[in-house]
Design a protein around this ligand. Structure first.
Ligand code: AMP
Ligand code: GLY
Length: 429
């Protein structure tokens, strides 16, 4: 069978790499892809926001499965489009329809869902321009820090943590009045700040049954010691030592099961990954957010630990047999380190030649993100450029290999964090 993956990051490269290992998969295409995914097949140069173009590619290349890596296409309704067209109906789509994608597409919808189904989450209230005065009063009486969130998709930038009332007022004005996040900020969720340690939990579900995938921790800040600006993710570790059996049992009972029960009660058809962003506060899981896709860079750490055939797993989703699916997981630790362009997440230069890939140990996996081929040269073409993943019997062993590979691959200005996993290593001593 031929598969088409939608997206262009290291997450999509990893999904392609994993699907390519399946005996059921013939060709794997990635649209729009990057220099790394081109190695897997014809470059699918389609405009992924134009569903007609995607559909034409799918029919021309006899695609039987569509794996949607990133949230935008899901929120825009790519699954609904494929289901509604008679000639596309036979294509298995991995990723929820528009209604289910609202769990990520609207923070207000997500919070209302969490509250209705009694799933632990930070206390909140939602405001619009019409209730601006109430929002100011709410902020005046709130404890600090406080968290303000733009309702819609804002590429991970729509969350502001305010240390005091003055700061929060500015943030509120920026969002609701100055339209800093455009339409995404028409509504603002104001919520209580939770102090704890974060972990990303993933399931694959048909809205009724689910398979729990390995969890991961990602490192969002640009600087070592978790300092500086937020990024799309600088590295990831899986498994996460503090997400032990007792904690994961609580996650199943208090978060995953009520989430699935809620989907059913709401009539939310779902078929795909659900990424549950959790924060552990006094040993209790609280939901920070849902995402309707896998995480990036978490995917680069979790898929290499899954021994099962990913295509078979997807097939099981569509056959509604996930409840009896036995996922095989490598017990070793995976460490992922992201190499980024100097200056990222602010301004950076593109087009610098990347070298050293041929010197990386064959044990280490290399996943491309912002890369491009210009003639015969590989150059950086984005902020996050290449992710390297290594497996090890211990976290230290995995990190040593991943860091060595990160040091080997270079270009003018390249940067990476040398301390990925630092907090998990300290946890042990
Ligand atoms: P989100 O876009 O909802 O994932 O939020 C981005 C990041 O903001 C999260 O990964 C957390 O680090 C932080 N964050 C969001 N909500 C809260 C909260 N209620 N308390 C503390 N940190 C939060
Ligand atoms: N790693 C966080 C995300 O993919 O949204």
């Amino acid at each position: 069978m031929n598969v088409l993956i939608i997206g262009s990051g290291a997450r999509e490269h990893t999904i392609a790499w994993k699907l390519k290992q399946s005996e059921y998969c013939e060709e794997v295409f990635v649209a729009p892809g990057n220099a790394g995914t081109m190695a897997y097949g014809t470059h699918a140069s389609v405009d992924i926001h134009n569903f007609e173009e995607v559909a034409k590619f799918a029919t021309d290349f006899n695609i039987m499965m569509l794996v949607v890596g990133q949230e935008n296409s899901l929120v825009e309704g790519i699954h609904d489009y494929f289901q509604e067209k008679e000639y596309l109906k036979h294509i298995l789509v991995i990723g929820p329809k528009k209604a289910g994608a609202m769990l990520e597409g609207s923070k207000d919808f997500c919070k209302a869902f969490l509250q209705k189904y009694n799933i632990p989450t930070a206390r909140y209230q939602t405001f619009t321009e019409n209730t601006y005065r109430e929002a100011v009063e709410y902020l005046r009486n709130h404890t600090y820090p406080v968290v303000l969130k733009a309702d819609g998709l804002a590429a991970g930038k729509g969350v502001i943590i305010s240390p005091d009332f003055e700061h929060a007022l500015d943030a509120l004005e920026d969002m609701l009045r100055n339209k800093r996040f455009g339409n995404a900020g028409t509504k603002v969720v104001i919520e209580e700040f939770l102090e704890g340690i974060e972990v990303s939990v993933f399931i694959l579900t048909d809205g009724k049954e689910y398979v729990l995938l390995p969890e991961a921790k990602d490192y969002k800040r640009i600087g070592e010691g978790d300092a500086g600006l937020n990024t799309g993710g600088m590295g990831a570790i899986s498994p996460v030592p503090f997400a032990d059996e007792v904690f994961m049992q609580k996650v199943k009972e208090r978060v995953i099961e009520p989430t699935i029960a809620g989907m059913q009660q709401e009539g939310l058809e779902y078929s795909g990954f659900l990424f549950i962003g959790l924060i552990k506060v006094n040993n209790e899981p609280y939901v920070i957010e849902y995402n309707v896709r896998l995480g990036d860079p978490e995917t680069e750490a979790i898929l290499p630990r899954i021994k099962s055939d990913l295509f078979e797993l997807f097939k099981s989703l569509h056959d509604h047999t996930l409840g009896s699916y036995k996922l095989e997981v490598d017990p070793r630790t995976a460490a992922t380190v992201f190499l980024v362009s100097g200056g990222y997440p602010e301004g950076f230069e593109k087009g610098k030649e990347i070298s050293g890939l041929d010197k990386v140990s064959p044990e280490v996996l290399v996943f491309h993100a912002g890369t491009k081929k210009v003639d015969d040269k590989l150059v950086n073409n984005g902020g996050r450029v290449i992710a390297v993943t290594a497996l090890g019997n211990t976290l230290d062993e995995a990190l040593a290999k991943a860091n060595q590979a990160a040091e080997t691959i270079t270009w003018q200005g390249r940067y990476y964090r040398r301390d990925i996993g630092f907090d998990l290593r300290q946890e042990k001593v």
